[in-house]
Design a protein around this ligand. Structure first.
Ligand SMILES: [Zn+2]
Length: 421
């Protein structure tokens, strides 16, 4: 008998199901969460295109060898990003603040004048804009109009996806980098080996790779199941990252938790040096171990936890609708669509969702088909209840919408547990 094929292709459905772990290549993979079939979360649609909407399995797996939590159903990039979609990080005020302080940390801890800083997935220059006045900076951004926005801020930016080839060409032209950053991109990458190899090519001997990703410990403890969607292929903790970098002769030497995107982890990586690691690595690994993140058992109750949230939200919102209340939703972030689809909500449950993003207004949410409208509607209409899909900005939004709340609108917070405020 021949070896099993590594990948089961499904060309008709435009996705592949892998059966090996993205980090250790092992096959000890167990499904720990099943959210059903979902359309890609960024594929906002309109009535005309409803018949073209496709759904793909959204299941999360645990690797028994390196303990990476990951998706194995990989939807093609064409299918994930088929729209005219462009996400500008700087549209979010809390994110702008976050990256300002992140840049300060890098300048203080890692950089000297004239050092080169490279940011992979640099978006509109949200990080590099704070470093461009003092250091040599270079962004890499696949979305052309987003890259253009960065250039207008004085951040030199290359178009395209980062590869080993690109890294080699960059070294020839610009020299080695003291800092390579990659924020909220590492979770999106199917071929991690290509990226890590490229980073290694690019880093100077004493260089540092720094990366922020959504943190598995927050996801599990705060039941943030809606951050699971097809673009997010990996949900990181420290141990699998150590495993990944070790394969390339590199080491995670410092880590920290960051209060952004519902809880993130920042890791600092260098070429393997034999020098002592910062204490933070030992401390966070011990915390992860205590929380059970390295055992399959910890995840056995996660499906149930998530279903409890779903059942509460559904009975609450359908109950309000029976009483004739107006219920709407606030914010149409990517993750909101996982929640809406998992709950099976329709426009009968939620009259509309308000969002400030111009390209979403006038469209329907993928799968649930709820109209996206401008927040201006809230000036003339006061919903009785508003489901807060952008719950990670809870405090910011509750403060911003004081006037709306004083008119009697109440917010339903879905995560970490269902709450009305
Ligand atoms: Zn693995």
């Amino acid at each position: 008998m021949g070896a099993l094929p590594a990948i089961r292709y499904n060309h008709l459905m435009n996705y592949v199901h892998k059966d090996t772990c993205r980090i250790c290549k092992g096959r000890d993979l167990t499904r720990i969460l099943s959210l059903g079939n979902h359309p890609p979360v960024d594929n906002f649609t309109d009535v005309e295109h409803l018949k073209n909407e496709k759904r793909y399995p959204l299941n999360v797996y645990f690797c028994g060898t390196c303990n990476l939590v990951q998706l194995l159903d990989v939807v093609s990039e064409e299918e994930l990003f088929h729209g005219e979609y462009a996400y500008f990080s700087s549209a979010s005020k809390p994110l702008v603040e976050h990256f300002r302080s992140y840049a300060d940390d890098l300048a203080r801890e890692q950089l000297k004048d004239d050092d080169l800083v490279v940011d992979i997935g640099s978006n509109d220059g949200i990080l590099l804009q704070h470093l461009a006045h003092r250091y040599r900076v270079l962004g890499i951004e696949p979305s052309a109009n987003v890259a253009e926005a960065a250039r207008k801020k004085g951040v030199e930016t290359l178009d395209g996806f980062f590869t080993v080839d690109m890294a080699k060409k960059m070294v020839e032209k610009y020299g080695k980098a003291k800092v390579v950053a990659a924020n909220n991109v590492f979770a999106h990458i199917d071929d991690l080996d290509e990226i890590v190899q490229g980073v290694k090519e690019l880093l100077s001997e004493d260089g540092v790779f720094v990366s922020e990703s959504h943190y598995l410990l927050d996801l599990i403890e705060r039941r943030e199941f809606d951050t699971v969607y097809h673009e997010h292929l990996c949900y990181y903790s420290v141990k699998p990252l150590q495993h990944l970098f070790k394969r390339f002769g590199m080491e995670v030497f410092d880590v920290g938790r960051v209060d952004v995107h519902g809880g993130s982890i920042r890791v600092y990586v260098r070429l393997a040096s034999g020098k002592p690691l910062k204490n933070s690595v030992r401390v966070l690994c011990a915390l992860e171990e205590k929380a059970g993140l390295y055992t399959l058992e910890r995840f056995s109750g996660f499906q149930k936890d998530v279903e409890v949230i779903r059942d509460k939200l559904v009975s609450l919102i359908r109950g309000f609708r029976k009483e004739g209340k107006i219920v709407t939703a606030y914010g149409a972030p990517a993750k909101g669509n996982t929640l809406l689809n998992f709950c099976g909500f329709t426009p009968d449950d939620l009259k509309y969702v308000t969002d400030t993003t111009p390209h979403k207004i006038g469209l329907l949410t993928p799968g649930s088909h709820i109209p996206v409208v401008s927040p201006d509607i809230l000036k003339s209409e006061t919903p009785d209840y508003i489901l807060l899909l952008a719950w990670n900005y809870r405090n910011f939004i509750l403060e911003k919408e004081k006037e709306l709340r004083s008119r009697g609108a109440k917010f339903i917070i879905p995560i970490p547990e269902v709450e009305i405020v």
